[in-house]
Design a protein around this ligand. Structure first.
Ligand SMILES: Cc1cc2nc3c(=O)[nH]c(=O)nc-3n(C[C@H](O)[C@H](O)[C@H](O)COP(=O)(O)OP(=O)(O)OC[C@H]3O[C@@H](n4cnc5c(N)ncnc54)[C@H](O)[C@@H]3O)c2cc1C
Ligand SMILES: *[C@@H]1O[C@H](CO)[C@@H](O)[C@H](O)[C@H]1NC(C)=O
Ligand SMILES: *[C@@H]1O[C@H](CO)[C@@H](O)[C@H](O)[C@H]1NC(C)=O
Length: 423
């Protein structure tokens, strides 16, 4: 039999190590280095180190012969538990780590929301919105890509072609799906199911009872009710900064500059030749020998283009921005509209708000990887349904249903932080 003091001591050591790892990760792991100074010229300048920019900078710098600069307005995501513990991503909302946009008031819209505005969180940190999103690994429908190929005339957008990239990217850990023709297992982006509560299990079973699939919404057919495939590795959120960028940051040909807010692209003779960036309160100009790549997000990229004089002439002239190219930038933005439906139940299946902040929950998460903290912003089950005969026939669902164990609109969640003290 083991000496009980040895057992106690080991338990104590493990708990201490976990606590230290949580609050002082640098003691265990080397922090991926960010650039202290930046050079005057690079081959590629990538603007915005979010979901897309992290991958672009990492993949471009695999070629040792090119010099790459990644400019990110926010700080590094390294070591912040908000970006590790799945349920905590929403604690970034409305802080310095969020651009915290709200929509303008619009007639007849957002009646139930604070100031009749919709809240649009956008990550302002390495990893971008991928560090505060709901971690749902979901592709578009095959018909979406085929339609892109048709509209653009560029066949590399068709489903068959993009599927090869989805597979290349993935490290699918769900046993049942690892060997599927629709998934990859050698890529950097780990995908797995997460522990979900009894309610999630019942919802998926209810879908099955109604004759719906519960197999794989990223597979052959999208329709059904499913456990969510998550961007998660070892119970931790996996943004593309973690999957791709952190390990690349040691490379001598890549500089990752954080807290660097790009003001505009420098354009000479219709050619992008560099960027203007504010860093440590100073404005710098950096030149690009080959390309400037904008990956500042659906709001950031068009904004930078317009500040650079690329946009609708009338609008730019109203704003006194010299016009470099009169183009319809900033149009056709599409929000994915959601309608929230809350159903009260009379049994305690769900997590309560208090569960997110209790010390027991933190311990439960670290020791067993279970509990309220191991759900990504509470989303647990997703359903896709085709509601018209046409969408049914094509298997092109037009309704997406998300089930979460805590009901709330984005501004409800935000209010929660202040009034209920989730932080
Ligand atoms: C709350 C929320 C939940 C979501 N849930 C999911 C989900 O479950 N599944 C899913 O697939 N998708 C989800 N998404 C969407 C997904 O996160 C985005 O599609 C994805 O992050 C977009 O990647 P991006 O690189 O274009 O932009 P982002 O990831 O937003 O990155 C843009 C980066 O550019 C930086 N930047 C902006 N302007 C400048 C500037 N002027 N200078 C320097 N840097 C700048 C930003 O700080 C940011 O880091 C969600 C999004 C949100 C907001
Ligand atoms: C920046 O310039 C220095 C000095 O020329 C050089 O050694 C370094 O490799 C450059 N950094 C990058 C990422 O190109
Ligand atoms: C909910 O449960 C409580 C306690 O069991 C019971 O008194 C009450 O009638 C129930 N309410 C409904 C709507 O079922």
């Amino acid at each position: 039999m083991l000496n009980s003091n040895v057992v106690k001591l080991s338990v104590f050591a493990v708990l201490t190590a976990l606590a230290v790892n949580l609050f002082y990760p640098n003691l265990f792991w080397r922090e991926p280095p960010v650039a202290i100074t930046i050079n005057a010229t690079y081959d590629f300048i990538v603007v915005g180190g979010g979901a897309a920019g992290s991958i672009l900078a990492a993949r471009l710098s695999e070629n040792q012969d090119v010099r790459v600069l990644l400019l990110e307005a926010g700080p590094s995501d390294w070591g912040n538990p908000i970006f590790e513990i799945p349920a905590l991503g929403m604690l970034a909302y409305d802080t310095d780590l969020d651009w915290a946009y709200t929509t303008e008031r619009q007639d007849g819209l957002f009646k139930g929301m604070e100031n009749e505005r919709s809240v649009w969180p956008r990550g302002k940190v390495l990893g971008g919105s991928g560090n505060l999103n709901a971690m749902v690994a979901v592709r578009g429908n095959r018909h979406d890509y085929d339609r892109w190929a048709e509209y653009t005339g560029d066949q590399t957008w068709n489903y068959k072609h993009v599927l090869s990239y989805f597979k290349k990217m993935e490290d699918m850990q769900v046993k049942e799906l690892r060997d599927s023709a629709y998934h990859g297992k050698d890529g950097p982006l780990t995908i797995n199911w997460m522990n979900s509560g009894p309610l999630a299990q019942k919802l998926v079973e209810a879908g099955q009872d109604l004759g719906f699939s519960n197999n794989d919404y990223n597979g052959k057919s999208m329709e059904g009710y499913f456990h969510i495939q998550n961007n998660v590795a070892n119970q931790k959120r996996l943004s593309s900064s973690k999957a791709y960028l952190h390990s690349a940051m040691e490379r001598p040909n890549l500089d990752v500059a954080v807290n660097s807010h790009v003001q505009k692209v420098v354009i000479e003779n219709k050619l992008a030749v560099g960027v203007e960036v504010i860093r440590n309160g100073r404005k710098l100009t950096v030149s690009a020998r080959k390309e400037v790549i904008l990956s500042a997000g659906a709001i950031g990229s068009p904004q930078i283009l317009m500040l650079s004089g690329v946009g609708p002439r009338n609008h730019l002239e109203d704003m006194h921005v010299p016009v470099a190219a009169d183009l319809p930038v900033g149009e056709n933005l599409q929000d994915h509209v959601t309608v929230d439906i809350a159903v009260g139940i009379n049994e305690s299946y769900t997590y309560r708000v208090d569960d997110f902040s209790s010390p027991w929950t933190l311990m439960q998460y670290h020791l067993f990887g279970t509990g309220a903290l191991n759900v990504p912003s509470s989303l647990e089950v997703v359903g896709f349904q085709s509601v018209t005969p046409e969408s049914k026939e094509k298997d092109w669902p037009d309704l997406q249903l998300h089930f979460m164990s805590i009901a709330g609109t984005s501004d409800f969640m935000r209010r929660l932080r202040y009034t209920e003290g989730v932080t």
